[in-house]
Design a protein around this ligand. Structure first.
Ligand code: NAP
Ligand code: GLV
Length: 310
């Protein structure tokens, strides 16, 4: 028997459980908080586990994160550092994120917000279309999601600048890395997309200094985490015209509180953390693969680096 514990609130876990049982006949599935014998649990499948929980399972062999961002797992002060954390990396999650970014970029580039205002005023006013080849797009984070978005935006003719922690060489993308090269990367970017993990180094990176390094009137797309953004600095940059607008999918507090100024800001587009989503039908195979690897003592894929925090 291989006992797993799912710590995830979702209405429809039945399909996942049935598929896991079909793929791994000797699996024993528990759903938090119903665990009689914590010492039997060998794998935990989760995204936002309650703090402090991980030390309750002395025979834990792997933690499988249903989310790409793992900051809520790493936040646990009792996390056993010798237990690997595996992220589910899944093509559907990636392509949905890229769709969202393409939509947001194109809405800015083709002046959808201006045409919305003109329509409201019943004003027929064709505007010149700016050159795609001059609309530099900066992507913070050239990981699984950032690289896919960069490549697809490139095929539409946008010049792309990407920024990562370590040096990269990606065909057709101007790559920058490290804090020293951030300003240089931003210097031409008319659109900035944040796809960084939330770590001590990246928290608050979308701030006054970052916005000031971009050309006046640029556009921000934050699809990573709310804590990347200094909200006050965004409001000031919109007021001053340094930024012309922002598309935000993630917020420091979710759901975004009722009285938050972002809700009614005319230059801010809000979505409720849906840039990408994954369904339980796509989780089974990566979970099964990770469990097979751990049982066979094979090398796991998509393992989180505890030191780097992602
Ligand atoms: P990933 O594959 O781990 O890639 C992370 C990228 O960020 C890497 O390129 C990494 O650089 C770079 N990075 C990390 N720390 C950095 C630093 N201090 N300075 C510069 N670059 C840094 O992550 P992913 O799968 O693409 O996901 C990215 C994030 O998207 C997740 O962590 C999550 O917060 C967010 N997300 C949001 C949604 C949503 O629905 N809104 C859905 C999924 C994910 P190296 O390549 O040099 O390591
Ligand atoms: C969603 O935000 C994720 O990290 O997968």
């Amino acid at each position: 028997m291989f006992s797993i514990l799912i710590i995830y609130e979702a209405e429809n876990l039945e399909l996942l459980i049935t598929e896991l049982k079909t793929s791994i006949p000797d699996i024993d599935v528990h759903i938090w908080p119903e665990v009689e014998n914590p010492e039997k649990i060998e794998a935990i499948i989760t995204w936002k586990p309650p703090l402090g929980i991980m030390s309750k399972f002395p025979n834990l062999k792997v933690i499988i994160s249903l989310g790409a961002g793992v900051e809520d797992i790493l936040r646990d002060p009792n996390l056993p550092q010798d237990v690997p954390i595996v992220r589910i990396v899944e093509p559907c999650v990636t392509s949905r994120m890229t769709e969202y970014i393409l939509l947001a970029v194109l809405r800015f580039h083709r002046q959808a917000f201006t045409y919305q205002r003109l329509q409201k005023a019943q004003h027929w006013k064709p505007l010149p279309i700016s050159k795609t080849s001059s609309c530099y797009i900066g992507i913070l984070g050239l990981g699984v999601l950032g690289t896919d978005a960069a490549q697809k935006l490139k095929t539409l003719g946008f010049p792309i600048r990407g920024w990562s922690r370590t040096p990269k060489n990606i065909d057709g993308i101007e790559c920058f890395y490290g804090r020293d090269q951030l300003k240089l990367c931003l210097s031409k970017c008319r659109v900035l997309v944040c796809l960084l993990p939330l770590t001590l180094q990246t928290k608050g990176i979308l701030n006054h200094e970052t916005f000031s390094a971009m050309p006046c009137g640029s556009y921000l797309i934050n699809v990573a985490r709310g804590e990347h953004l200094v909200e006050k600095d965004l409001l000031e940059a919109l007021d001053s015209g340094q930024l012309s607008g922002a598309c935000l999918d993630v917020f420091s507090k979710e759901p975004l509180p009722e009285n938050h100024p972002f809700w009614s800001h005319p230059q801010i587009t809000i979505t409720p953390h849906i840039a990408t989503q994954t369904n339980s039908e796509y989780w089974t195979q990566p979970i099964v693969d990770a469990i097979h690897c751990i049982r066979a003592g094979q090398t796991l894929k998509n393992v989180v680096n505890y030191q780097q925090g992602y």
